[in-house]
Design a protein around this ligand. Structure first.
Ligand SMILES: Cc1cc2nc3c(=O)[nH]c(=O)nc-3n(C[C@H](O)[C@H](O)[C@H](O)COP(=O)(O)O)c2cc1C
Length: 224
């Protein structure tokens, strides 16, 4: 369903109740590469990223704050990527894609000879995933829905980029319906996102189930 042999499950079955999520050992470092071109107007992403840098193992990296002129420091970005195990591209969905600066970042940083090609192995075996907010609801992202394609289908270029770079691809973490979401929904989405980050950084969170999941959110919901 998604990147070949790699799929996902949460494997805490025998540990739930014995080990508190907050006490989990940090074994994966997570880099959140965040891009929101109108962050001053943001409701949902503002809440999602608030306090995210306090989650152990997480580095929050805001591209529009760092590079308002789009003058990306490629070497610094590559060093940052190499220092992390999991890379999450976090952005609001804009016309079924990512904001321009994030695409520019991908084009300049994940280059042939470094990230892929016969001599490009810098990202090999790391994890890549998307964290996306959409105005449209989940049912609208289906073959019969208003948007005609699933999120997994619309994110296929990212999945194939992961494959090209020898990376492992995570299912996306998606917050839908941002145009209508109420305050309480935003708060619970933010809490879920932080919980998901804590799980991702814990080695008890495995990616080896044969069935896979459509969204990372679904995996999280199973653990409630
Ligand atoms: C230029 C633009 C394009 C958008 N394109 C889409 C889209 O293709 N699909 C969708 O579901 N929502 C779309 N939206 C809605 C945004 O995804 C939504 O406003 C955002 O996720 C809200 O997050 P925020 O509160 O952090 O800004 C678009 C919004 C803007 C401003």
């Amino acid at each position: 369903m998604w990147s070949g042999s790699v799929s996902l499950c949460v494997s805490r079955k025998n540990r739930v109740g014995k080990v508190k999520e907050t006490a989990a050992a940090i074994v994966r470092s997570i880099l959140i590469v965040f891009a929101h071109p109108a962050f001053e107007k943001s409701r949902v992403n503002r809440a999602l990223v608030s306090g995210v840098d306090k989650v152990a193992g997480v580095t929050f990296h805001d591209l529009y704050e760092l590079y308002p002129e789009m003058d990306i420091d490629v070497k610094a970005e590559q060093r940052l990527l190499q220092a992390h195990d999991v890379v999450l591209l976090h952005y609001p969905f804009f016309l079924y894609g990512m904001p321009a600066l994030l695409k520019e970042w991908m084009d300049l940083v994940l280059v042939h000879g470094w990230a892929f090609g016969s001599r490009g192995a810098a990202m090999r075996d790391k994890w890549l995933g998307a964290v996306v907010t959409t105005g449209g609801g989940r049912v609208s992202y289906s073959r019969d829905g208003f948007n005609r394609f699933t999120m997994r289908e619309l994110l296929a270029p990212l999945e194939q980029t992961a494959c090209l770079c020898g990376m492992r691809y995570l299912p996306p973490y998606v917050v839908h319906g941002t145009n209508v979401i109420a305050k309480e929904g935003i708060s619970s989405s933010a809490a879920d996102y932080h919980r998901m980050l804590r799980l991702l950084s814990d080695d008890a969170f495995r990616f080896d189930s044969p069935d896979g999941r459509e969204y990372l959110n679904d995996c999280l919901n199973e653990k409630r």
